[in-house]
Design a binder for this molecule. Structure first.
Ligand code: GDP
Length: 701
């Protein structure tokens, strides 16, 4: 089957924005203008297309990272089907607790539209996401939205982008009028004015530039042309000789510079008032990359561990990455994937090279805003979702079994916050367990475990809002309501020394007795290695059938913790001796003996507490550097580096998570709202003695 759209006419892009900048509104206008949605939904009525999860509507934020397909013919091609492009919109969330979702969508998108609020300009979260996009080298364009709002100031917005994000942003458009007098948008390269008429702004009217703006346009155009010419050897000569450069050449050079992230075009308008969104779509086609504009994807051949590349070409062997598992109310589980090379066909067998198992591809669907389309195949550079895959999780590679390769995985941080949760009604206990486990399958940064002592359930996640949303989804999607405790730092316990100890569980009062007896050695393992159990019993000192129960007892005791009730980790346990009784020994007795021995040994092996330490980066104007570092030091921070960027200072530090509660508010107040920070998990580290004592004391209460 020939592919539907040439790969050069494909765009895989995301819309990135601070909460409230207008991402949802922009997305809806995009879906409306591209003909997928025939009705403009306003956020305040809750009638949105992308945010199908109810709670997202209520919160007005987007959490899931689904992919939606739409089609666009650049307006300057006047509906000529020949120029139709396929745009895959990859949804990205805006809240800091979901940076992992932002990262995972950045991994699969090729370009981004960054939306700003024209009144607020660059906000802290925009800086965070901007830096992630830098990290992944994602080409982008800026859209300054909400210019119809009172207090909107385009010049200031541009200035804040230059100061806080990049000096390489170039103004491509100017607003015609501002605030409630915003009438349209003006394009500097073509020197045309655009107005948007009709109920939803769907009729685009092209006019000459208003007379009173001519001078400003020439000045701004001159600046723009200079910036573009500087990036291109041929154009710079023409420019220096004072020649007029054709618009087509300028566009070509701007495209090349945008693809290399040498320049970032700035567009403007108002999504709510239907001004300018169609021109953003034109810019997506004109300036953002198609899959073939990017270098081939890299991976490791699992057979010989050599690095291999795959070109974005249908004739290459298949390589695809699963980037999101989502529960769909109608078809069940959906595995969203992007094909990097080759073709993923319905009914075929592929290799999940990450897990080394085969998967059969049943149904493939392509998601549009308001319907899903069954697909026979998904070609290189395109995205889709597989229905009902069993053994594939987020980040896995799906590849041609004859030419296996493992694509670079998305790395997920460890969950660092825990909350106790119980069902509102006892009868819901089982339902809650099922719901939480289902949610954990979808989200690699969310985990569920049981507190063996109290029988309570504990959920671990990336932040407070992350867990709040899980609890909310449990209620809405699974109809289970939960009561939650206060969020706690996920401490762990470990040992620093070696020890051996005996565990005995012997009862011989009347009837049948109990007899379990073991000797264990324990020793520390490297940080992050977890738990290892080794059976060195020889000559039937303890019969084989009791070994598994002993290991179970040991593991349960470790999970329960010895020092302060936190899981004991990074240790090796060796079972080397013990004894048994012909009649009285049982699995139960050995399990208890194992558990007793572990606790005894741990107590002698220099138990310490470990805490999650976060990698924190704070950005602020130079004036606040002293206050910020002073405050960080009072939070037990280690400052690793201090740097300078245009107009701002950057501090890199590692800080214990326990000291970071409420940091957002604090940073805002010491920097008068000008500071921003990002935080991600770094590693577990020993808690200083004095602090550990307080934690243990608090636990006992
Ligand atoms: P998101 O949180 O980034 O998805 O932002 P939304 O699209 O939900 O918009 C947040 C609020 O700003 C909503 O009340 C929108 O109606 C409003 N809004 C979005 N775009 C514009 C705009 O261009 N002008 C004005 N005045 N309001 C807007």
């Amino acid at each position: 089957m020939p592919r539907q759209y040439p790969i050069e006419k494909t765009r895989d892009i995301g819309i990135i924005a601070h909460i409230d900048a207008g991402k949802t509104t922009v997305t809806e206008r995009v879906l409306f203008y591209t003909g997928v949605s025939h009705k403009i939904g306003e956020v305040h009525t809750g009638d949105t297309v992308m945010d199908w999860m109810e709670q997202e509507r209520e919160r007005g934020i987007t959490i899931t990272s689904a992919a939606t397909t739409c089609f666009w013919i650049p307006t300057y091609h006047n509906d000529d089907k020949k120029y139709e492009h396929r745009i895959n919109l990859i949804d990205t969330p805006g809240h800091i607790d979901f940076t992992v979702e932002v990262k995972r969508s950045l991994r699969v998108l090729d370009g981004a539209v960054v939306v700003f609020d024209g009144v607020a300009g660059v906000e802290p979260q925009s800086e965070t996401n901007w830096r992630y996009a830098d990290e992944y080298g994602v080409p982008r364009i800026c859209f300054i939205n909400k210019l119809d709002r009172m207090g909107a100031n385009f010049e200031k917005d541009v200035q804040s982008i230059h100061e806080r994000l990049t000096p390489y942003a170039v103004v491509l458009q100017l607003p015609i009028g501002i605030e409630d007098k915003l009438e349209g948008v003006l394009d500097l390269l073509t020197r045309k004015a655009y107005y948007f008429e009709g109920e939803k702004g769907e009729k685009i009217i092209e006019k000459e530039i208003p007379a009173n703006m001519k001078e400003l346009v020439e000045k701004k155009r001159h600046e723009l042309v200079e910036k573009i010419a500087e990036t291109d050897d041929k154009l710079i000569h023409a420019y220096l000789e004072g020649k007029e450069i054709p618009v087509a050449d300028l566009k070509k050079a701007l495209r090349a510079a945008t693809l290399k992230v040498r320049l970032v075009p700035i567009l403007c308008g108002s999504a709510l008032k239907n001004k300018g969104v169609q021109l953003v779509l034109d810019a997506v086609i004109d300036y953002l990359p198609s899959p073939v504009d990017l270098p081939p994807v890299k991976g490791i051949n699992p057979n010989n561990h050599n690095e291999e590349t795959r070109k974005p070409d249908d004739n290459e062997p298949l390589s695809a990455l699963a980037f999101k598992i989502a529960a769909d109310p109608f078809v069940g589980s959906l595995t969203y994937f992007r094909v990097y090379s080759g073709v993923l066909k319905r009914g075929s067998y592929v290799l999940n090279s990450t897990k080394n198992n085969q998967e059969r591809i049943g149904r493939i669907v392509r998601m549009h805003a308001n319907h899903r389309e069954e697909a026979e195949e998904i070609c290189a550079g395109d995205l889709g979702a597989i229905v009902g895959l069993k053994n594939t999780t987020t980040g896995d590679s799906l590849v041609d079994p004859e030419h296996p390769v493992v694509l670079e995985n998305i790395t997920f941080p460890e969950p660092v916050i825990s909350i106790r949760i119980e069902p509102k009604t006892k009868a819901d206990q089982e339902k809650m367990g099922i719901a939480l486990h289902r949610l954990a399958e979808e989200d690699p940064t969310f985990r569920v475990r049981g507190d063996l002592e109290t029988g309570e359930t504990i959920i671990d996640g990336m932040g407070e809002l992350h867990l709040e949303i899980i609890v909310d989804r449990m209620k809405r999607e699974f109809n289970v309501e939960g009561n939650v405790g206060r969020p706690q730092v996920a401490y762990k316990e470990t040992i620093k020394g070696k020890a051996d100890a005996e565990g005995k569980y012997i009862r011989q009062s009347g009837g049948r007795g109990q007899y379990g007896h073991v000797w264990l050695k324990i020793e520390p393992l490297e940080r992050g290695k977890g738990f290892e159990f080794i059976d060195e019993i020889r000559g039937g000192v303890i019969p084989q059938e009791f070994i598994t129960p002993i290991e179970k007892g040991v593991r349960e005791a470790a999970e329960k913790g010895v020092l302060a009730g936190y899981p004991l980790t990074d240790l090796k346990v060796i079972l080397y001796d013990g004894s048994f009784h012909e009649v009285d020994s049982s699995e139960f007795a050995f399990k208890i003996a194992g558990s007793i021995a572990l606790q005894e040994a741990a107590k002698q092996a220099k138990l310490v507490l470990l805490e999650p330490v976060m990698k924190v980066q704070v950005i602020m104007p130079a004036d606040f550097l002293g206050d910020v570092t002073g405050d960080l030091s009072s939070r037990r921070a280690k400052i690793n580096a201090m740097g300078e960027r245009i107009n701002v200072r950057v501090v890199d530090a590692t800080v214990p998570l326990a000291e970071m509660f409420g940091y957002v508010t604090n940073l805002r107040s010491i920097t008068q709202g000008r500071g921003s920070f990002t935080m991600e998990f770094s590693h577990y580290e020993e808690v200083p003695k004095s602090v550990a004592e307080l934690i243990i004391e608090g636990k006992k209460k």
